[in-house]
Design a protein around this ligand. Structure first.
Ligand code: ADP
Ligand code: MG
Length: 246
């Protein structure tokens, strides 16, 4: 069953068409990668899916519900959670507080986020920090963490929303090879353990082929191929345009 359906979606910025008549189904339980070089439209597609921007044409349906005019926080409420290409955490706050605040928001509680956070969701936040291997960093300020660890924290924050569908925009961007490898292992493990559906964009082919069950190739705002890693790897057009080799 498709968890997410992108139907004939087009997005223009002025005269420039960033996303052109894109159709895409994200099947429940799949690990679906969107690949394509810088400027292909990956982040724009994510922004459309997560409700940050609205399509000029077409529609997005999540769990059978049209997302037109749905607010970003409403989309999170129905089970979609995302991280951004650039790190997006409260750098002056501890790891614990970052996750607590996300849990408070998820519970729909109207607490003053930082004044009251100290007492709330301590156990749940600790569990999420453990899940992303940040137990030792619990009390450290997010801004002091190495880049890779900030991304792990961001993942914990995204998981605090208890998503069905997790959207990760270039989760390994800016990471060293070592950070990339451990990060991918972590993401794979969490997705399997929590039974999540994952939609992610990535420029690193090793990462993509190591984790994706389905790959869609975006080229100048159009999807030119969707299939298993093997199918995409052997697609002539994809080889010509992106991989540059076998
Ligand atoms: P990717 O994530 O694949 O690198 P993006 O979705 O960020 O690509 O960008 C796709 C294209 O759309 C690029 O040419 C980019 O310059 C353009 N673009 C993205 N966002 C905007 C915007 N808000 N206004 C104008 N052009 C944009
Ligand atoms: Mg991008």
């Amino acid at each position: 069953m498709a968890l997410l359906e992108i139907n004939n979606v087009t997005k223009r910025f002025g005269g420039f068409t960033a996303i052109h008549q894109v159709n895409l189904s994200v099947v429940e339980g799949s690990t679906h990668a969107i690949i394509g070089p810088n400027g292909a439209g990956k982040t724009t597609l994510f922004n459309l899916v997560s409700g940050l921007i609205t399509p000029d044409e077409g529609s997005v349906e999540f769990r059978g519900r049209p997302m037109v005019r749905m607010k970003a926080h409403e989309i999170v409420k129905i089970g979609m959670s995302r991280s951004f290409q650039r790190v997006n955490v409260f750098s002056g706050r501890s790891c614990m507080e970052n996750v607590q605040v996300a849990l408070i928001a998820n519970a729909g509680l109207h607490y003053h986020p930082f004044r009251d956070a100290s007492r709330l969701f301590l156990r749940e936040a600790a569990e999420l920090l453990a899940m992303v291997n940040l137990t030792e960093e619990t009390a450290r300020r997010a801004g002091e963490l190495a880049y890779g660890k900030q991304k792990q924290l961001e993942l914990a924050v995204a998981l605090a929303a208890e998503p069905k569908l997790l959207l990760l925009d270039e989760p390994t961007a800016g990471m060293s090879i070592t950070e990339t490898r451990s990060s991918i292992r972590l993401i794979k493990d969490i997705v399997a353990r929590k039974g999540l559906t994952l939609l992610f964009t990535e420029h690193d082919m090793e990462v993509v082929f190591g984790i994706a069950s389905t790959i869609s190739v975006l080229h100048h705002g159009k999807i030119i191929a969707t299939g298993t890693p093997e199918e995409v790897r052997h697609n002539e057009q994809v080889k010509r345009i992106y991989l540059g080799k076998d």
